[in-house]
Structures are given as C-alpha cells and as structure tokens.
Design a protein around this ligand. Sequence first.
Ligand code: GLA
Ligand code: ZN
Length: 673
Amino acid sequence: MACLFPGFLHGADYNPEQWLSRPDILQEDLRLMKEAHINCVSVGIFSWARLEPEEGRFDLDWLEEIINRLYENGVSTILATPSGARPLWMAHKYPEVLRVSSQLTRNRPGRRHNHCYTSPVYREKVRIIDTKLAERFSRHPAVLLWHLSNELGGQCFCPLCQAAFREWLRKKYGSLDALNEAWWTDFWAHRYTDWSQVEAPVPSGETEVHGLNLDWKRFVTHQTVDFARWERDAVKAVNPQLPVTTNHGESYESINYFRYRDVVDIASWDSYPLWGKDPDEAETGQQTAFAHDVIRSIKRAPFLMMESSPSATNWQEVSRLRQPGVQMLAAMQAVAHGSNSVQYFQWRKSRGSSEKFHGAVVGHDGRSTTRVFQEAAQVGERLERLAPLLGTCPRPQAALLYDWENGWALNDAQGPRNCGMHYLETAMAFHKAFWRLGIGTDIVDMDGSLEGYRLVAAPMAYLLRGGFAQRLREFVERGGVLLGTYWSGIVNETDLCFLGGVPGDGLSQVFGLESEEIDGLYDGQENSLLPLGGFLPRESYRLFQLCDLVNLNGAQPLAVYGKDFYQGRPALAVNRFGRGKAYYLAARGEQALLNDLIARLCREAGLQPALDGVLPEGVAAVRRDGEPAAVFVQNFRPAPVQVPLNRPYVDFESGAAVEGSLSLSPFQVRILL
Ligand code: GLA
Ligand code: ZN
C-alpha cells in the first residue's frame, strides 16, 4: 500500500473533548488550522469518558459535529479508538481491567495505558465502543484512517495474563518435558512438574531462567499485538476498506514492533528527539534517522510520523526549545526517510493537567503570530509543494540487522560484559557509518527477507532464530556482501548455547572461522586493530569492550590485534563463500573503524550514495526512490555549509540548476533532482 492519501498529511492530535465548554475556541481552531495549512487531525484518542459517559450509554453526536465541521473546513480525520485510557466507571466496576505490576499489586484506576491486554471484560468493552465508532464513522468521507489505541506497551502480571502465558507456552512447546529442555531447567533444580508452577518472571520470584525471561517478553509482545489485532478486527468487521495504523513510541525495549507487520496497513510512530541536547544536532539527527528507518522497515513502505513536538516536550529532562529551522529540519528529515506525514502533539495546548506545558502548535495565548505557529505553517506550505513526491520512498540496497528478541537475550545473558553489552548502540553505530556516507539502510530483523539487498550488516547476531542463518548463507552464496561480528551465533531460539563450535547454525562455514573465546574488557581498557596490507586507510584503530579470539578456517586475515596475549591474532577476516564474501569483525572499535570498513564494503557491493558529491560532517543525504527520485540534503549544524557536487542537479522546489556545490544555511534542507 504505497500511498493512501491524496497529499502529504500535515496534522496534529486534536483533543476537542477538553474544550467542549468553549465553542468559541473550537470555532477559532478551524480558522487557525487553515492558517497553519493543517489538512488532517487525529481525533478521539482520549475521548472515551465523553463517548460513553455511563456504561452502555453512548454519545457520539458531539464527535460527529466536530468531524463534519473540520471536513467542511478542509481538514480530514484520523479516527482513534479510545482504548489508551478508560472512563473511571469501568475500573471501579470491573477491577480486572486494571494492570497488575511486577510487584504483583493491582494499579488503582487513573492515569492511562494501564489496562490489561488479556482481560475479557476490557476486550469486550473495547470491541463495543470500537464497533459504535466504526458504524457511525468508518464510511464517513472525512475519515482517512484508524489510529488504534495509543502507544501500546508495558506489561501486566495479573492472573489472567499469567494463565494466557501458560496457554501460549503449551501451544509452543506441546509438553512440559519440551519446555524443561528448552529452558534448561535442571540447572538449580528448576524443573517444572506441573504447568501451574510456571509463573511470569518478577523481581521477588524467578529471574534467572533465561529461556523463561525471553519467552515472557515474547508473550508480552504477542499479547499486545493480539490486542491491536482485536481492535483492528472490530473496526474492519464494519468496513474492511478503511486502513489501520497504531502509533509506536520510540522504544527499543518492551515491544517487538516488527510483529505488527501483518496487523497494520501503515506503520506510524511518535518522534521526540532530544533536539538541543548536543552542541549541534547531528548526533540526535542520526539517532532519529535510525528510528525512522526502523519504522519504515516494518512494512518496507511509507509510514506516518503521527506525533512530534512543534517546540519543546515537557517530559524530557529539560524542555529545550527548538532553534529556528529545526522544526522544518525534523519535518523534512521524516519525509526524506519515507514519512508521508508531519503531525504534531498536539494542536492546542491543554489548559490543565500533566501536559499543560508540552509544546503545541497553538499556545495558551491562542495566537498565530508566534514563532512556533509560523514555523508549523511553513512546514504545511512546503508539504503542499512536495505533493509530486508522494509516491516515492527510500528503497535501500543495504540492510542492517536489529532484532528485538536478540537484544532481549543478549542483554540478559550474564556475561561477557554485565556493565553493558550495548546492542542498540552498536546497531546505531553501524547505522551511523551508512548515514554519513549517504547510503540508505533498511532495518531487518531475523524474520525479515533479505531479497533485494546487496550488503547486509548483522552486528552481534547472538541468538539465531527463524531460519536467519540459512537466509544469510543463501544471501552470501548468491553474491551478497555480509558483515558479521563478534558475539554472533552463540545461542539458539530458546537461548541454549550451540554445541560443537560457534558461530553456530552453519555460520562458521560462511565466515570461514570459529570463535574460541571472547574477552570482555573493563571500561577504559583498550586494544588496537592493525589492518594488513593497507586494507583500511589508517594504520591503527582503537578497540574496546569486546575482543573475540577466532581461529581461521578458510578465511583470510585482514587485520590483527595490536596487543595483549592475543597480539597478532586476527581481528578482521574475510571468507569467500559461494559467489559472495563474508566479513567478520572480531572486536568492538571506534566509529572511524566502522566508517572506513563500511565505506569499503559499500564500494565493493556497488552501492551508490544518495548524493553524488562529498558530504561534510553533519550533513546527511537521503533519497526517496521512484519517480521522481529526490535527494533530501540536510544540514544538522547551526552553521552554513557548502556541499561539493560531482554532477549538476536541479533544485526540486525552485527549479534552479545547482552546479559545483550546494549551499545550505543553518539547519536547512534542500531537495535535489
Ligand atoms: C506520547 C503520547 C501523547 C503525548 C506525547 C507527549 O507520544 O502518545 O499522548 O503524551 O507523548 O510527548
Ligand atoms: Zn493482565
């Protein structure tokens, strides 16, 4: 589903239920939205108490009036299901809808996002309200998309969830014997003799059976995604045509977002980078680029940036304002990576309660003359000009592995570094090397296909599952370039170590080597990587944290360790396998090592950077492929910069020829054809 909407969406979360007693303000919103070039709003996310004020008594008229009036004024609606927060009557009457914490105590009614995903009562109440909304609105011409719930996440340890967990395990393993084997429960006499003994891992109970910890996390994802599916089925039962999304937070911990692949029609997320934290915005820009790439990769298709703050947040450590131009930069960055929208949280600042100081397009002063409002209006205007790019999307030929389940397992492993394995940081460091070069990457997990890629980087593929090793093998056999690293192929799907040599599951053949031991280094301790025969431009690179001691078995050494008792042993090697090549980086090193290594491998794989030129530090280039292919050149620095070009381009917006070099003012984004 490449493009669902007539143009780029420019919108915001709109919470009119907070202003029902102020019709003048609701009227003024319509005028202001026009001025800000807003063409859609997300409505109803936290409206349940107004939609069903008493059990079974529904009031949808006010919402219909709002949706109609917006539509008459050129603003479409993304309609939310209200399950992110419940009316108070429900929890008071049916306490089972409330979440139970890992302390095994039940939450009190209140806050939001604190419901049990298993509770049959909650699911039924959600189904009823979703059906009512669908019956009334899912064929309304104003309504573009369903916004299922809000930032689904967290865990519930209630008896219903624990029973569902046991059921899920029964289906997965078939017998207790199989579960005992998979979890290695004879260690410390943990053998289960009855299903009722299986409990979720909690601080006061079992926490050291790694297979249990891992399966619990998988179950939490399963149950959460199943809840989203439940809601999707409820609304699609009424109108199967109306597409659905659910908005993800920027979290790499609790829920494996790739599991939503088959549930949503379009992926979306809420982007709140720490703009203003670093002296320039390049570091934050790169981390945000990674997050956009993750979300696009869920469906390998355009996505939506469902929320972003037009100025500060009020929940980060400090509420830094965005420097002039950064709002536009953040908006264009999202579009560059494949977003078909720029949406804000929220349209109008709440007057009270916990988000009254969160940035919004319209502040408490209600004025459109503010800097924040004006910059949002400029974004809206610009998005209108970009309409011809709507059918395009980045189609990278490089893939980077980031696998949630792998991260859960290796962070829980107890060794080789309990002071930090840094899986996410490692994936981001690899991503950064591509980003600096202007070479796009999809992010794949171990269920993802490797079709269409010429280069795959798979750092720290510790846990192998889902036939991933086999797909890597075929990828290299067919002529692909693979970059793997230390701490790969160590355990199987249930976290049991491979016997008979690692990397396991056939990967040691692909890499032409075996890992015999791995050295965990204290923070501050270092080794060095010395390239052989000028394979990399520098004579030496800093290594730290993890150094793998490998025995080559067909692979050729490309670099060696500079010191310690393993001085002279291979630190980087390559193996020809089938028609391709598999590189193995044995140790964690400084960014320059990844930059130089990945640059070389990209050349070898024949990958073309988005921009034919030279990217200065802090400048990124990302291409939306298709007709026309457009390169978004983004300056993340607060200073003007010249970008040398090797061929002439045309500025997409002005139509002017750009030759020799491209000039960018502070934080400017220019789009080249
Ligand atoms: C999240 C939520 C919003 C709002 C914003 C504030 O993304 O989805 O409801 O709380 O955070 O940044
Ligand atoms: Zn529960």
